[in-house]
Design a protein around this ligand. Sequence first.
Ligand SMILES: C[S@@+](CC[C@H](N)C(=O)[O-])C[C@H]1O[C@@H](n2cnc3c(N)ncnc32)[C@H](O)[C@@H]1O
Length: 230
Amino acid sequence: VDEAVAPDGSPVAVYLAVPLEPDFTAVLDHLDPDASVLDLGCGVGRLVNLLARPDREVVGVDESPEMLRHVAPAVRTIEARLEGLALPERFDAVVLASHLVNVPGRDQRRAFLAAAADHLAADGTVYLQRHAPASLTYEVGVTTQRLATPRGYLRLRLEVHERRGRHLRATSTMAFDDASWSQTFEAELLDAAELDAELRTVGLALDAILDGTWVTARRADDRARPSRRG
Ligand SMILES: C[S@@+](CC[C@H](N)C(=O)[O-])C[C@H]1O[C@@H](n2cnc3c(N)ncnc32)[C@H](O)[C@@H]1O
């Protein structure tokens, strides 16, 4: 087993073993096949590895070199933190997956959203994966799930310790027969209006709610605005 764990607590072995969750098809179906793509927090490249083609610009950014070394060679990788990221290129599609938008700190959330906004082409689309706010999984208690993967069953356990309004504290445990990882985290659930307000602080606006955990955003000034009076 690859024992490496990214600085945020994500185990490399789990992301190598687990295929993309089914709702990623919402993104794959929505993406223009020729769109250039920037994946912020790409991990081992579960998404970008599927998109890479010699004639397509696909870039993955992650702070974990242990994650990045599993990304397909056709993908350009950049080892960096997302906060303050400043690449010269702009992309048709920018992906911010893995509920990074739900980090509890407003400053860090806005830094992640700014990284998306700063690298988006004029008429580009941002794909955001967020915790769906109404999900029962986020009430206090334990939910378990067993996933068949190519390296055996992965048992997932989520224990929500505390839920105060939109704020939750939980421990997630992921275990194969021969290895397990546990991580306590906090998250801030955002409804559509709150997400839109956060996006507007970096010049973006909520565009559409896709299936499952995904939403899209575009530049606020690309979207039709009602005419102002007075
Ligand atoms: C839960 S993993 C998921 C990876 C990938 N999005 C996927 O769905 O397979 C989250 C990834 O985000 C990266 N990450 C988290 N916070 C980051 C930050 N502030 N800067 C750069 N990378 C970060 C971690 O290193 C990790 O690889």
